[in-house]
Design a protein around this ligand. Structure first.
Ligand code: GLN
Length: 538
């Protein structure tokens, strides 16, 4: 075990959705701003090996890393805040832990022993807790434990955290418990009891939290803080208030004001680097909050009742908009509700249109209508993954007059499969982790919109798809005006298409949103917003 690395564990109590991921990312940001090398990992208690097979309605979008891991969306927050890539090692589920242990058991690695939750599952959990720290690249590893204290599912994780203190030593180990202080309107009172109970549950499991971070709608008066300190057995200055914020990007500064980073450094005996360098961050916030222009963008997809399903796209618009001081009013519109009759009325005040990634047939024809509208009316258009595939199909149907053109995902027997299953996908029978995943290179055509955006000819972006542009149609498409402006240099797979003569029409097979961060807004999003501004001015 790397002895110099400090480990911070973040648990949650009272309810889910308190924003452990944002607190973890904010603390990471503050420590990073003081010069420490930080990574954040998430341990999820569910039995899926990874969230790749989950419907977005379960836990929000599936985030994809450079190395092709399908992960929890909190990893997106870690990257957006820390500006460094994560990997498969940053997201572990109970399913993966059990799979590893059972695979070892089948290989006979336990030498005849009875394989049990303690110590075998907990040992496997701990080995994964320490894995990134052992690489010697990080001063601090923050581990977010998914779910709530007291859930049956998270018990082995909590037990492993208890044991980790003995492996690591008290000065290298810290537990932060994120909890909720509800406000009872009728009594006009903030209530500490749920927090007391959830800390009791942690204590029963043998864990004394070092710091309480308390989510609240109202400032915590000192008597409430005192009560929490007394009943939960923590120092008074370790009761940290986490007020609801306007933007998730305010949270690092709020946590700094509350001295969360200082408390952590004192407890972990991390020698203080006095000056926090948050100038870039503040610059971003300044622009975010003082836009000089605004645009209306329609995001067309089928999971719109849960915006978390499009988390990275929404955040990419925040970063890109702020970089050019433009407020982006993102309107999520269900593709199922769009048809040729109502589209004009629905889209009348949109300055730009995005067709979102997705799977399956539901709402597909509404997406075709959407692309047609954007193409024919010169509305700036960005198609992402399925959105790009729809653009190709729409072009084939309405411009090349291949009336029944389709993707074989939607119609396996289409006479014109302009989007078809990739060769290596044809014999796959397992769904999990088998798409074309992760970072691949793409060469850009000089003079294209994509080239103008990136300002270079070789880029790398992340992927998550099974179907692709069918190159048998490439010549016909290009002659007809839909040009492939980005291609994979090794396989020739089409990565980007653009409509000739349109002010800004770009479809990308990859997911540009995954690499957008506060400090490095994604160039396609920036240029797309700029095109929307230009359209509005005209
Ligand atoms: N369903 C499409 C495919 O598998 C697009 C995937 C996506 O949008 N992420 O290729």
């Amino acid at each position: 075990m790397a002895s110099n690395t400090k480990y911070i564990f973040i648990t949650g109590g009272v309810t889910s959705s308190l924003g452990k991921g944002i607190i973890a990312a904010s603390l990471g940001k503050l420590l990073q701003a003081r010069g420490f090398k930080v990574t954040i990992q998430k341990f999820d208690p569910y039995l899926n090996i990874d969230p790749g097979t989950l419907n977005p309605y379960e836990h929000g979008e599936c985030y994809v890393t450079d190395d092709g891991a399908e992960t929890d969306l909190d990893l997106g927050h870690y990257e957006r805040f820390l500006n460094i890539p994560t990997s498969q090692d940053n997201n572990i589920t109970t399913g993966r832990i059990y799979n590893n242990v059972i695979t070892k058991e089948r290989k006979g690695e336990f030498l005849g022993k009875t394989v049990q939750v303690i110590p075998h599952i907990t040992d496997e959990i701990k080995a994964n807790f320490y894995k990134l720290g052992e690489e010697g690249k990080f001063d601090v590893v923050i581990t977010e434990i998914g779910g709530c204290v007291g859930d049956i599912e998270s018990l082995p994780f909590i037990e492993a955290v208890r044991q980790a203190k003995w492996d690591l030593g008290a000065n290298n180990f810290l537990v932060i418990h994120l909890t909720l202080i509800p406000y009872l309107k009728a009594a006009k009172e903030l209530k500490t009891k749920p927090t007391q109970h959830s800390v009791k549950q942690l204590l029963e499991a043998g864990i004394q939290p070092d710091i309480l971070v308390c989510r609240t709608e109202h400032h915590l008066p000192s008597e409430v803080k005192k009560k929490l300190a007394l009943f939960c057995n923590v120092q008074l200055n370790s009761v940290i208030e986490a007020m609801d914020a306007d933007s998730i990007y305010d949270v690092p500064l709020l946590m700094k004001k509350e001295k969360l980073d200082e408390r952590v450094m004192t407890k972990l005996k991390l020698s203080s680097k006095e000056n926090t360098d948050l100038e870039n961050w503040k610059d971003f916030l300044g622009k975010l909050k003082n836009p000089t222009q605004e645009v209306n963008i329609g995001l067309i997809g089928k999971y719109i009742s849960l915006p978390d399903a499009y988390k990275s796209i929404i955040e990419a618009f925040t970063h890109a908009g702020a970089s050019i001081e433009c407020e982006v009013n993102l309107r999520l519109i269900s593709s199922e509700e769009i048809n040729s009759e109502n589209i004009i009325q629905k889209f009348t005040d949109l300055d730009g249109i995005v067709v979102a990634p997705g799977f399956g047939e539901r709402g597909f024809e509404g997406k075709i209508e959407t692309v047609k509208y954007a193409r024919e009316n010169n509305i700036p258009f960005l198609g992402i993954c399925l959105g790009m595939q729809v653009a190709v199909i729409e072009y084939a149907r309405n411009v090349l007059k291949l009336k029944t053109a389709n993707s074989t995902e939607m119609d396996a027997d289409t006479p014109d499969p302009v989007i078809a299953l990739m060769e290596e996908q044809k014999n796959i029978d397992q769904m999990g982790g088998t798409m074309r995943l992760g970072s691949y290179a793409c060469d850009l055509k000089k003079g294209s919109k994509a080239f103008q955006a990136y300002g270079k000819s070789k880029i790398h972006e992340r992927h998550r798809h099974r179907y692709e542009f069918n190159n048998e149609y490439l010549t016909r498409m290009e002659e007809g005006g839909l040009v492939a402006t980005g291609k994979n240099p090794e396989t020739g797979l089409v990565e980007i298409v653009e409509v000739k003569g349109h002010p800004w029409f770009v479809g990308v097979q990859f997911h540009p949103e995954y690499k957008s961060t506060v400090l490095t807004p994604q160039p396609l999003f920036v240029k797309f917003i700029q095109a929307a501004i230009d359209k509005k001015i005209k």
